[in-house]
Design a binder for this molecule. Structure first.
Ligand code: 2AM
Ligand code: CA
Length: 267
């Protein structure tokens, strides 16, 4: 295993311990609202702190961007870690056991290492650039479905940007009629890990943040899949509007949703 992936795994497991321990007594978890329908708990912050500590102990000069604790510019700007300490915070607060730790490393702006760790199921999804993607060391491939017919897709609702609900439901409807079914489980990182694993054929969501998707993107690409924005382009890192799955399925999804969307979402 690449030494930096090894550190990412150690960091994710440390965060997983913090999260699982806290999940045993949710009455002691303090949730605060940081934005519209957007919650953060002391557990998100503690988990991010231990991830940062683990990374910086091994690589004191690296830079870090985390969802809860912000940007730390290290001396070495070529190495940037992107952390979501707890993806699926709403599930966590409600006691729904479906959430994950997501850690990615970019080297000179390019995704290089990725970990998504589900502490509840002890599932560790990992990828290194050019080395494929694994689940607990077993090689992963995206599902081969080229058509939307017969697929099970995953999605997330635009709960923080409810003004997108009409555009979202139009896109949903255009896809839903063709799929076998659609899941909405509440953790974008796990949705993307499941796409890499072929458990879910494809995934789409509006307005995600870089820490929600960075690790998932490398996992999916290393598992033979693709990620695009809603117009089939590469603006998803900025817009957070994401479609992923096998390359052909992505094309089909874009073809269906494109006509339903307003200009502002077509990127
Ligand atoms: P979080 O739990 O880290 O906040 C739910 O749809 C999933 O999407 C979660 O992984 C949630 O991450 C993430 N998410 C973050 N911002 C979002 C947004 N603006 N709209 C929809 N989902 C968002
Ligand atoms: Ca989070």
């Amino acid at each position: 295993m690449h030494p930096m992936l090894n550190i990412a795994v150690r960091a994710a497991r440390n965060a997983g311990k913090v999260i699982l321990r806290a999940s045993e007594d949710l009455s002691r978890v303090e949730a605060q609202q940081k934005g519209s329908n957007d919650f953060v708990t002391n557990v998100d912050k503690d988990a991010e702190a231990i991830i940062r500590e683990t990374i910086l102990k091994a690589y004191p000069e690296h830079s870090i961007v985390g969802e809860e604790l912000g940007v730390t510019e290290g001396k070495d700007a070529d190495y940037q870690w992107i952390i979501d300490p707890l993806d699926g915070t709403t599930n966590f607060i409600k006691g729904i056991p479906h959430y994950a730790v997501s850690i990615a490393l970019k080297v000179k702006g390019r995704l290089d290492q990725a970990v998504i760790y589900d502490p509840v199921r002890s599932e560790l999804f990992t990828a290194s650039r050019g080395q494929g993607a694994q689940l607990n060391s077993m090689r992963l491939r995206v599902a081969k479905n080229n058509e939307i017919a017969g697929t099970v897709l995953a999605t997330g609702f635009p709960f923080k940007q409810k003004h997108h609900i009409d555009a979202y439901t139009d896109a949903f409807k255009a896809l839903f009629v063709h799929t076998a079914d659609i899941r909405r489980a509440g953790s974008a990182a796990l949705d993307m890990a499941y796409v890499a694993a072929g458990r879910i054929d494809g995934f789409f969501e509006i307005g995600l943040k870089p820490w929600d998707t960075a690790a998932g993107e490398l996992l999916i690409k290393e598992a033979g899949g693709m990620i695009t924005d809603f117009a089939g382009g590469t603006n998803y890192t900025k817009s957070g509007n994401i479609v992923c799955g096998s390359p052909k399925l992505c094309q089909q999804i874009v073809k269906e949703i494109r006509p339903t969307l307003t200009e502002s979402l077509l990127k």
